[in-house]
Each structure stands twice: as C-alpha cells, then as structure tokens.
Design a protein around this ligand. Structure first.
Ligand code: IPM
Ligand code: MN
Length: 363
C-alpha cells in the first residue's frame, strides 16, 4: 500500500502532536511493508506570518494532490484582533471547503482508564460510545450574507442549508449507523428555525432508505443536556455545522480530555484528518501537549484512506494499553498525579509506538 499524506501541522501544539502521530504511522507502515510519502506545508498563523495568507497556494495544491491531509491545529493569540476572513481559522475553513469533505466524523468514547478525569460519575460514562457526524461545509460558517457593519452597529450571519446538503450528510450518518448499533439521533432546533425544519424533513426522507436504523430527533438545547445525563443512549449523532462544533467539545467531558478526540472528514476529493483540540498556545513548545488525539487521528487515516482496519485498531488498542499501564500526559493527570507516570509529548508518542510495534510484530 502506498499513501501520500500532506502534513499541515499549523500553530501552537500542532507541530508537536502531529510529529508523534507521524512517527506512529511510520512505524506501522514499516512493519506492514507499506510506503508513506510525506510532505509538510504551512497553514494558519505560521502561514500568515511567513507567507502573508493563512492558506498559501502551494499548501492547497499539495493538499489536492495527496491521498490524505493531516492537520494539527490553527490559531494564536496574536491574531485574535483580526477580522474572521484574515485569521488563521480562515485557512482551515478554506482548506475544508476546497477539499470538499462535508461529513466530519468525531468519535467520542469513554476510556475506562480516564473515567477518573471526568467530572461525570463513572456509571454514567462507562461504555459511552458516540459518533458525531458534523456537517462541515454549510450553516453559519459559510452562509451568505455575513457582515459586521460598524457604521450601523449591526452584524449578521446566515444559517443556510439546501436539501441536497442535508441529504448527502444524512446518508453517510445512516450508513455509519448501520455498521454500529443502528441508532441515529438527528439534532436540530426545529421548534424555532426554518433551516432546522428543512433539516428534519430531509433526514426523515433519507430514513426511508435505511429501515434498519432507528431514527430519533432532539433539539440541540435538550441534546446538550442528554449528552451529559445519559451519553450511553446515543450511537450516531447527526448535526449541522455549529451545533456539531459545540456538542463535540462538550462530549470531550465523556472522554476525560479534549486532547483525546480525533476526527476525519470524508465525502470530498481528499479526506482531511484533524484532532478536535485547538492550538493551545499556553502550553505550546513545552512538551506538555497530549499527542493521543493526533495519534488516534492517524489511526483514522489508516481506516478511512488506506483500508488498513487492523492497523488502525492496533493503534487504538495501543493507546488504551498505554493508559492502562498508568502513563499520562499532564492534562490526563491534572487532579490526581499520584500513581501515574506523567510523560512529555514525545515520551507518550514513543510509548504508543513501542506498544503498537510489539502488537503488530507479534500478531
Ligand atoms: C473545530 C474548531 C474549528 C471549527 C475552528 C478552529 C475554526 O473549533 O474544528 O472544532 O470551529 O470548526
Ligand atoms: Mn470546535
């Protein structure tokens, strides 16, 4: 197997965590006799500083010419006063839209070993396993018109969806549910918003193609509460763009740390892979960042872009084993460092690498 991956590490902790993800991927590829063709390009704040734009043309060209893009994180405090279209985040939105992936898969599952990190009681989260399917190219993030009119002191954004945009992402969510526990919860605000009424009607129409999947609808405000009260009741959760952004961060509470959550964006020309956590400028460059979200994102590359399911699962099992052995990055040992071995970013990466090597060589 030959896989061409573009790494856009970005800002803050992005370079540190993607380095670890890449070294785990290299190890797995070596053992299986697969070749990885890796290239690196700038995106986000680092690109603004160096190239004057958050998404340089050569980054986009290289991205379109690869099998998968692994993105670290974008954003930094020095850019906070810039208008939205000049910020590092604009580079991320541009590459998402150019690559065309509209279904952003965000798995959130409870690691038993990290239950102690969650403010939720273990019996609430134990066994929770949710797959968010967040629509990524529509809604308030991209809808026109949008403006902050400084003269009139008014600002507006537009939450807009076409039926076709809802149908295509709903189909992917139903297909994923078929391979899981066959439950789909569609999130909207159909008691208030027309766009949500269209959303719900389109999802109901698609449901007819998937009679084996049980469909329910929840309003987003109620859903925010249900995820905390009874996360185990949910399997696949389908949301529009902003609702999914918010609910997936909230679901970090189930996992114990936002630093654990990977994502994969599929359905377009080139799949885009990014951990859910941000650039965390406060801890960048100190070896404190948790690379496990990025490493698990690497596993998703193998699963969705290379068809290497066994290798993807081996990485996921290795992460679990390393946690079982009591190894933690500082974010996973904040309230209870006793009894754990606290590792730096690179040490944690090395632990996963050794573990996955042992697993695959002995398989
Ligand atoms: C995410 C992030 C991004 C988003 C930002 C950085 C633009 O929060 O991937 O969840 O809002 O989509
Ligand atoms: Mn987010």
């Amino acid at each position: 197997m030959h896989l061409k991956i573009l790494v856009t590490a970005g800002d803050g902790i992005g370079p540190e965590v993607t380095n670890e993800a890449v070294s785990v991927l290299k190890e797995v590829a070596n053992i299986g006799g697969h070749t990885l063709e890796l290239d690196a390009k700038r995106i986000g704040g680092i690109a603004i500083t160096t190239d004057g734009t958050p998404l340089p043309v050569d980054t986009l060209a290289a991205a379109l010419d690869s099998d998968a893009v692994l993105l670290g994180a974008v954003g930094g405090n020095e850019f906070n006063s810039l208008p939205p279209d000049k910020r590092p985040e604009a580079g991320l939105l541009q590459i998402r839209s150019a690559l065309g992936g509209f279904a952003n898969l965000r798995p959130a599952f409870a690691f038993k070993e990290l239950a102690v990190n969650s403010p939720l009681r273990p019996e609430i989260i134990d066994g929770a396993d949710i797959l968010f399917v967040r629509e990524l190219l529509g809604g308030l993030y991209f809808g026109q018109p949008r403006e902050w009119n400084k003269a009139t002191n008014e600002a507006w954004n537009t939450m807009r969806y076409t039926k076709a945009e809802v149908v295509r992402v709903a189909r992917i969510a139903f297909q994923l549910a078929q391979k899981r526990r066959k439950k789909l919860c569609s999130v909207d605000k159909a008691n208030v918003l027309e766009v949500s009424q269209l959303w719900r009607a389109a999802v109901i129409e698609v449901a007819a193609e998937f009679p084996d999947v049980a469909l329910e609808h929840q309003y987003v405000d109620a859903m925010a509460m249900h995820i905390m009260n009874r996360p185990k009741d949910f399997d696949v959760v389908l949301t529009e763009n902003l609702f999914g952004d918010i609910l997936s961060d909230e679901a970090g509470v189930i996992t114990g740390s936002l630093g654990m959550l990977p994502s994969a964006t599929i359905g377009g020309k080139v799949n885009l892979y990014e951990p859910i956590h941000g650039s965390a400028p406060d801890i960048a460059g100190k070896g404190l960042a948790n690379p496990l979200g990025a490493i698990l994102t690497g596993a998703l590359i193998l699963r969705h872009s290379a068809g290497l399911e066994a290798e993807a699962a081996a990485i996921e099992t290795s992460v679990r084993k390393v946690l079982e052995q009591g190894f933690r990055t500082p974010d996973l040992a904040r309230t209870n460092p006793q009894g754990f071995t606290v590792l730096s970013t690179t040490e944690m990466g090395a632990k996963v690498r050794e573990t996955v090597k042992t697993m695959l060589v002995n398989a």
